[in-house]
Write a protein that binds this ligand. Structure first.
Ligand SMILES: Nc1ncnc2c1ncn2[C@@H]1O[C@H](COP(=O)(O)OP(=O)(O)OP(=O)(O)O)[C@@H](O)[C@H]1O
Length: 258
């Protein structure tokens, strides 16, 4: 059997003397979509940084594509950070933005060729934004822009896609569309997707595994199975209310709820 794309065992991470992650065990297989949920300050971004090789760990084992994270070829991992801003009024089109995703492959000083343009267009099609390819990136809505940034990451043809709160600011319909696109991308490209999310109700319908992170991972299971109440209380506190999302509810789609 092949190695999981991400393998983490007994991981501990500190900032100075402060332990922010401990006893972390997590496996992400090829083609799996995993969501990390948890309260502010729970360590989600820190975990992503360790996976990306941007932050050291103090104990345990972590292998990304079978290697120490710092040794992984950066072209193998597409990363979309929490907030991605484009310079206001910078005249760059959607297509040019996605084409920038090819530069790690072709080098900064080479002109993209026909194959690069083909891949950029295919990436835009995957996120269903090809009809806006000539539009200025700053004229798009937040959700549309987010999809373009995903296309830019896809243009690098990575094996793993890492997204930090990709659905922030999207309404529930846009969130669902967004997650459906991620599932399609996974199905077509067989890449692993690991993302931080706050919308636990919606995300659980689309992902393969949810990891609740508050210093350590409290639950780690298949989506569709309800997360036990005691686990939710440990992670979010006792006031948490999880709205179980019914994807067939037509009222949700028409915005008929409060
Ligand atoms: N550069 C840093 N130096 C020191 N402590 C840090 C640093 N970055 C994060 N921390 C601390 O590490 C802990 C985890 O932070 P992290 O940003 O990983 O949490 P998070 O779950 O991503 O939070 P949020 O949901 O608010 O984005 C917090 O206690 C935070 O204060």
């Amino acid at each position: 059997m092949s190695l999981p794309y991400i393998f983490i065992e007994d991981l501990e991470v500190k900032y100075g003397n402060k332990v922010v992650l401990e006893d972390i065990f997590l496996k992400v297989e090829k083609g799996e979509i995993v969501s990390i949920v948890g309260p502010n300050g729970g360590g989600k971004t820190t975990l992503l940084k360790v996976i990306l090789g941007l932050k050291d760990y103090s104990k345990g084992t972590i292998k990304v594509l079978g290697k120490n994270p710092k040794e992984v070829d950066k072209k193998e991992i597409g990363y979309l950070p929490q907030r991605e801003e484009t310079a206001k009024n910078f005249p760059i089109s959607v297509f040019e933005t996605v084409l920038m995703g090819r530069y790690p492959k072709i080098g900064l000083f080479r002109k993209p060729g026909e194959k690069d343009k083909e891949i950029a267009l295919e990436s835009l099609k995957l996120v269903k934004m090809d009809h806006l390819k000539d539009e200025n990136i700053n004229k798009l809505s937040g959700g549309q822009r987010q999809r373009v940034f995903i296309a830019r990451a896809l243009a690098m043809e990575p094996k793993i896609l890492i997204l930090d709160e990709p659905s922030t600011g999207l309404d529930i319909v846009a969130q669902e569309d967004f997650y459906k696109i991620l599932v399609e991308i996974r199905n077509k490209k067989e890449m692993s997707i690991i993302m931080v999310s706050h919308d636990i109700g919606v995300v659980s319908t689309f992902v393969d595994k949810i990891a609740c992170l508050n210093k350590t991972i409290h639950y780690h299971g298949k989506s569709g199975t309800p997360i036990p109440k005691d686990v939710l209380e440990k992670v979010f506190g006792s006031n948490i209310q999880i709205l179980v999302h019914d994807p067939h509810c037509k009222g949700c789609h028409r915005g008929e709820h409060d």
